[in-house]
Write a protein of this length. Sequence first.
Length: 83
Amino acid sequence: VSLMTWAFVRSMKRHLSPPDEDEDDYVAEIRARLTPDQADAIISAVHRPNRALYDLSVAIEQLPMHFVRKNSINGNLSIFEDT
């Protein structure tokens, strides 16, 4: 979950930066920390922060906790997506 949180924050930073300012560093960092499939999915996404949020949601869904708590966490994630 912490890695996917980092991927979201890093993707949002890249999304808000000028187009060519941070791209090479972003791609290198994402590839260094995520699995190849996850990295490729985020890097190739039209909206990278949304893709990273999706991956974070999947990671939360895999946590061993009661579904009510998971739903609450996912509800809080939707606030990020809406802003």
